[in-house]
Design a protein around this ligand. Structure first.
Ligand code: OOG
Ligand code: MG
Length: 261
């Protein structure tokens, strides 16, 4: 794929994000044969441009790591993208639906590492030993594509629908919990909309961080100490509406919430 096409596709997706409007997915007509590797080149270009605008990467995110998400999105492999500083929502704060296209929310378990992890060959055990703490999180996703309908290359090129993140402040050492059996409920205005457990994410969310390290190693990159890492939705994502009070509660890992107006 030539540089001109990479630039064109990055512009296509970035403009939709900026103008908060849906676009037809890339693989429909613009570039039907987009491969996964090419899609990551488009994502890299998009990240480079955001950095050039003065935005900062807060941390990486994994996506499509659970059966619930694979089924909901009709795609089958984990992917990664990046959360930027302008996407951060304070715990307990309010977001406006007008700042998004068709936002959804999903509960996740976050990790912060005490030391860098470099693949290949990183295991869940390596991750747990390198982890400083885990924390509860809510991710706001907002695919730029019509009806949240996309193929794997499309969603990779769209920075994996990244749009918002609320990081809870309840921190736990990973050995204080059995992460696979940490339960979670996602409720809106007090009504449970979805529920799950840590094992929904590749058997254990630590596997998701290992997978990230191993995927990044193909580009000569590593998972960095100190950055919050989102390991992927534990449940299917739920559409946000004005008036929503969104709360995720975890077994042994506290809770995290925000409002929608
Ligand atoms: C893609 C983003 C997936 C997750 O946690 O699975 C993701 C999407 O569903 O739009 O963030
Ligand atoms: Mg997610």
């Amino acid at each position: 794929m030539d540089k001109h096409t990479i630039d064109e596709l990055a512009t296509y997706v970035l403009q939709a994000e900026r103008e908060k409007r849906e676009i037809v997915k890339i693989t429909d007509t613009l570039y039907p044969n987009l491969t996964i590797d090419e899609a990551y080149l488009v994502q890299e270009e998009l990240v480079t441009r955001k950095l050039a605008e003065g935005l900062q990467i807060v941390g990486p995110k994994m996506g499509i790591t659970s059966e619930a998400k694979m089924k909901q999105m009709n795609v089958t492999d984990p992917i990664y993208g990046y959360v930027f500083n302008n996407m951060i929502v304070e715990e307990g704060a309010a977001v406006s639906v007008e700042d998004y296209i068709h936002p959804k929310v999903e509960p996740e378990i976050g990790f912060v590492l005490a030391r860098d992890l470099e693949g290949p060959g990183v295991t869940a055990l390596d991750v747990l030993r390198a982890t400083d703490y885990v924390f509860p999180a809510l991710e706001i996703i907002d695919s730029r594509y019509e009806n949240f309908n996309f193929t794997l290359p499309d969603v990779i090129a769209d920075n994996t629908s990244a749009a918002g993140a609320v990081f809870g402040t309840y921190l736990r050492r990973p050995d204080e919990l059995e992460l696979d059996v940490v339960g979670v409920t996602l409720s809106i205005n007090g009504e449970i909309q979805a529920l799950g457990a840590g094992a929904a994410v590749l058997g254990n969310p630590a596997n998701s961080v290992a997978r990230l390290a191993n995927m990044l190693s193909k580009k000569g990159e590593k998972v960095k100490a100190g950055q919050p890492i989102l390991t992927g939705g534990l449940t299917a994502a739920v559409r946000l509406e004005p008036g929503d009070y969104v709360q995720a509660k975890y077994g042994g890992l506290g809770e995290v919430s925000f409002f929608v107006k």
